[in-house]
Design a protein around this ligand. Sequence first.
Ligand SMILES: Cc1cc2nc3c(=O)[nH]c(=O)nc-3n(C[C@H](O)[C@H](O)[C@H](O)COP(=O)(O)O)c2cc1C
Length: 189
Amino acid sequence: MKVLAIYGSPRKEGNTARMMDAALSEFPREAEIHRIYLGELNYSGCGPCRECKTTGNCVIDDDMQEVFREMVWAEVILFGSPSQFSDVSNEIKRLMERTWWMKGVLRNKIGGYVVTGRRYMESTLNTLHAFMLRHRMILGGSGALGFTFTEMGSIDIDPLAIRDAHGTGMRLVELYELIYGGRKEEKND
Ligand SMILES: Cc1cc2nc3c(=O)[nH]c(=O)nc-3n(C[C@H](O)[C@H](O)[C@H](O)COP(=O)(O)O)c2cc1C
């Protein structure tokens, strides 16, 4: 099981990361989990070039190229985003824009997310849903929302946040087993 965890908060050990880690703890020991902390990377959003329309690839030469390779590799992709001005973080938004070239590449990959914030979170969810559906990903979990203030660790005031994050992890594993269960072994027979 190839799992890519995309941490979308600039704070590596913030509230969103706590929920991501809870979700990931549900994956079986043999799962390969790659973690990407977007706040540590240098990359832009989509620019004016439209080169991908002719080349079929994103030609911007920055850290997002490694993220693309990881997204292609993964079977399950878990996103984590704080709500920022009623939407996903700019780290996640820039990533989303940059996937414009990935027509069909993410199709049927299993996707899930965790989100933190306190208010106006509906559009954050809409953005994540729209992204995954547009890429024809299989949206797993009903989404884990953590009620947080801006302080690190404030996720602890929401007793359901970590529980729901575990639930998202469990649902992604369930979907993986439903889709891939037994098929890999059969191939080796
Ligand atoms: C620029 C900025 C904008 C924010 N906008 C919102 C918002 O619209 N709604 C909300 O509930 N929280 C908002 N927050 C608060 C964060 O969502 C909250 O602190 C979150 O838990 C941060 O996650 P982290 O600890 O993983 O960094 C905002 C925070 C920042 C820095």
